[in-house]
Ligand binder design. Structure first.
Ligand SMILES: C[S@@+](CC[C@H](N)C(=O)[O-])C[C@H]1O[C@@H](n2cnc3c(N)ncnc32)[C@H](O)[C@@H]1O
Length: 204
């Protein structure tokens, strides 16, 4: 199982999502949607072993989390605007209590709560905070060829939008890099999938 927590510091958590202005008025919702697509979608299908939780921290009001579960998800199309429409419907719905995952449609649920709560819910697995300025995610001393069986461990990954992540209070957490250059979040997600798909020896 691969789980991605994506933090949207300014992403709208409530109200009418402006579909024509996801980047600015939507609080960089475009960034979150690209990360979601990279997390769940292959060229022609869904990654059934992957869960993505978007953390909408931008208000108005308390944060909201939206969970997309590739095992049960239906009707998600590789189209940013259509996904924005789905998120728009979610944030127009009253916020459920913190920690209660309320269904929206197949594979989509939402809840109150923040990143720390998500990591408490995922405390059965190692959490990797993706950060360019830290040791590499893979074992750099591994000899070539790197390919083995795909990595089927349950792992959690945390990435942010265009803003740095604040310090995280959680157990079993490591910070790891995908290279020295800061990338777009969706590219970071794609690289994580590549490393796990190829069974690259990880440095955890
Ligand atoms: C656009 S970057 C954020 C850059 C932001 N200026 C910062 O300092 O966090 C979006 C996210 O992608 C992930 N990311 C981007 N490049 C990375 C890299 N080289 N290694 C690990 N994670 C990376 C990080 O989780 C980052 O929060």
């Amino acid at each position: 199982m691969r789980r991605f927590a994506v933090v949207g510091h300014r992403a709208m958590s409530k109200g009418k999502l402006p579909l024509n202005d996801l980047a600015s008025a939507g609080g960089r919702m475009d960034v979150l949607i690209r990360a979601l697509m990279a997390g769940l979608m292959t060229s022609h299908g869904l990654r059934e072993n992957t869960v993505v939780v978007l953390h909408l921290l931008g208000g108005p009001g308390p944060p909201r989390r939206i969970k997309f579960d590739g095992a049960t998800l239906k009707g998600l199309h590789a189209d940013e605007r259509s996904i924005a429409g789905t998120i728009g419907k979610v944030i127009a719905t009253p916020l459920p209590p913190i920690g209660h995952w309320q269904p929206i449609t197949a594979g989509i649920t939402h809840s109150g709560g923040d990143l720390e709560l998500t990591l408490r819910e995922w405390n059965d697995a190692t959490t990797v905070i993706l950060d360019a300025n830290t040791p590499r995610l893979w074992n750099e001393s591994a000899s070539l060829p790197l390919r083995s069986q795909p990595n089927s461990d349950t792992l959690n990954f945390v990435l942010s939008d265009d803003q740095p992540l604040e310090s995280i209070n959680a157990e079993n957490v490591s910070k790891r890099s995908l290279g020295e250059h800061w990338l777009q979040g969706h590219m970071a997600v794609g690289i994580v999938h590549f490393l796990l798909d190829e069974g690259v020896d990880l440095n955890l």
